[in-house]
Design a protein around this ligand. Structure first.
Ligand SMILES: *Cc1c(COP(=O)(O)O)cnc(C)c1O
Length: 482
């Protein structure tokens, strides 16, 4: 899909202000700062830019360092009110915490097949790329407004630790992360609970991840509580996260610089691969975006058959992709339906009421001009980890293996180079890596430390009132500085 709807979209040039609208048809327009703090639009939709700024040509002049390229590539999205020097300071602080000088190094694993290592951040998953920037943006905007927010979120794994690492010690933010007691891995729990900053609060809920999510939703729906505590969210529908993730697509392409490439992206909530789409719409030439899922294959289904029906979530060895409703897919649908928000509202209502909807064949075909959906089962994931290890000596994590396997299945050498996104460090999922390869990955030093540190978290039941009382008593909002 090279620009199927460009007739409806005024393409702007660098330096102009971009505004944002909801995917559900409300005609209210807001600026970048408000999308940052709001998250979800009032009509239940997601924010998207009214215009696609054209920044692709810039990839030829991306010369590094990563933090500078990131500020240049993000600036067209970031309104007139965050200037480039502030933005550069934010990206510099964000990427200084990464453990590799290239930030996102490329490694060749086969003829024309590359891995983009996105796991050198503080919590070893690609989520650090966006959340580290998000933390800096929140702090900047809140300081300017003299405001304070209380971030609440639920995590089944990587998001919680990345959000905590991004917010620790920030004076205008208190953050409460809920995880299901006994249901996240040891590594994932310790990455959250070993952080001893006073604005960080971990709560283990006696229940499942769904219970945690329901509690978070209930807190956001309680308008009095929401306003009183200035609740904010950092989940993957936050537009600023998408923008931060577009950067590594441009940077990786500029480093290889030989014709249009393809990317294979292990996918759950469609945030990461949607960022690739945004990079393309803003000018980056791409051959294909391979949407790689595990057995929870609703996205592979919709991209092959048009059917988007959510079933039960199956637990897999790639927990960060165990998702049946991919929130960010709504943003792609908005473009596939010629930016007609009424059409999107209708389909989202059908999803809620009936459990799904079907996309018409001509719109599926439009999507297929750019996207290939591929589902990879657990046996294939394990054998791909083993194969990559045997052929290159590299250990890859199971999420990464899903993308690599999908690239090998759907892409041939004649299709040009392909970059598979390595979304987590193998040491985050040591048991699966060992099961596949017989080798246990070595933990980077800071992870090894977290694995022996003291932990701090509280255990609460599935009780909304008790949780709200807990948060009220601990947030520093309203001048209650401790
Ligand atoms: C979150 C996550 C994914 C999925 O990313 P989405 O943006 O939700 O599609 C894949 N791999 C890892 C390791 C993750 O943490």
């Amino acid at each position: 899909m090279s620009h199927p709807q460009s007739g409806n979209i005024n393409e702007k040039t660098l330096g102009n202000t971009v505004n944002y609208v909801s995917t559900r048809g409300s005609d209210q327009k807001i600026g970048f700062q408000d999308t940052l703090l709001t998250g979800l639009a009032p009509d239940g939709g997601l924010y998207v830019p009214t215009d696609w700024p054209q920044i692709g040509q810039q990839s030829h002049t991306l010369a590094g360092p990563y933090e500078k390229d990131a500020a240049a590539l993000m600036s067209p999205f970031v309104d007139g009110d965050i200037d480039i020097s502030t933005l550069t300071a934010i990206t510099r602080a964000a990427y200084a915490k990464f453990g590799h000088e290239d930030v996102a190094p490329l490694v060749e694993i086969g003829d024309g097949h590359w891995l983009l290592e996105l796991f050198h951040g503080p919590t070893l998953s690609f989520k650090d790329f966006a959340l580290q920037v998000l933390g800096g943006l929140f702090e900047h905007v809140l300081k300017q407004k003299g405001e304070h927010v209380t971030i609440v979120g639920a995590t089944s794994g990587d998001t919680g630790s990345a959000a905590i690492a991004a917010c620790r010690g920030r004076p205008n933010i208190d953050i409460f992360i809920l995880h299901p007691l006994g249901r996240v891995s040891d590594v994932q729990r310790r990455q959250m609970t070993s952080v001893m900053a006073e604005n960080i609060h971990n709560v283990a809920i006696e229940g499942t991840f769904d219970d945690c999510q329901k509690l978070v939703k209930a807190m956001f729906s309680d308008e009095i509580f929401r306003n009183e505590l200035a609740l904010a969210a950092v989940n993957s529908i936050n537009w600023a996260r998408v923008v931060a993730q577009t950067v590594y697509y441009h940077v990786a392409a500029s480093r290889l610089a030989n014709g249009p490439l393809s990317f294979a992206v292990p996918t759950g909530n469609f945030g990461d691969v949607y960022a690739g789409y945004v990079a393309h719409r803003t000018g980056l030439p791409l051959n294909r975006l391979i949407v790689a899922t595990n057995q929870n294959d609703i996205l592979a289904q919709v991209l092959t058959t048009g059917r988007y029906w959510s079933g039960r979530v199956t637990s897999t060895i790639t927990p960060s992709m165990d998702i049946q409703v991919a929130s960010n897919f709504e943003r792609l649908l908005f473009d596939l339906y010629d930016r007609n928000g009424i059409q999107i509202s209708r389909r989202m209502e059908a999803l809620r009421v009936k459990g799904g909807f079907t996309v018409e064949p001509e719109r599926v075909e439009a999507a297929q001009r750019l996207f290939t959906g591929v589902a990879i089962d657990e046996a294939l994931t394990l054998s791909e980890m083993e194969r990559v290890h045997a052929e290159t000596g590299l250990l890859i994590d199971p999420h990464t293996a899903v993308g690599v396997a999908a690239a090998r299945m759907s892409h041939s050498h004649d299709d040009g180079p392909v970059i598979s996104l390595a979304t987590a460090h193998p040491a985050k999922f040591p048991d699966s890596v060992e099961r596949a390869t017989g080798r246990r990955p070595k933990s980077p030093d800071h992870l090894a430390e977290a694995l022996i540190c003291d932990e701090r978290y509280d255990v609460l039941g599935r009780d909304l009132n008790a949780l709200q009382a807990y948060i009220r008593a601990r947030t520093r909002i309203g001048g209650k500085e401790p």
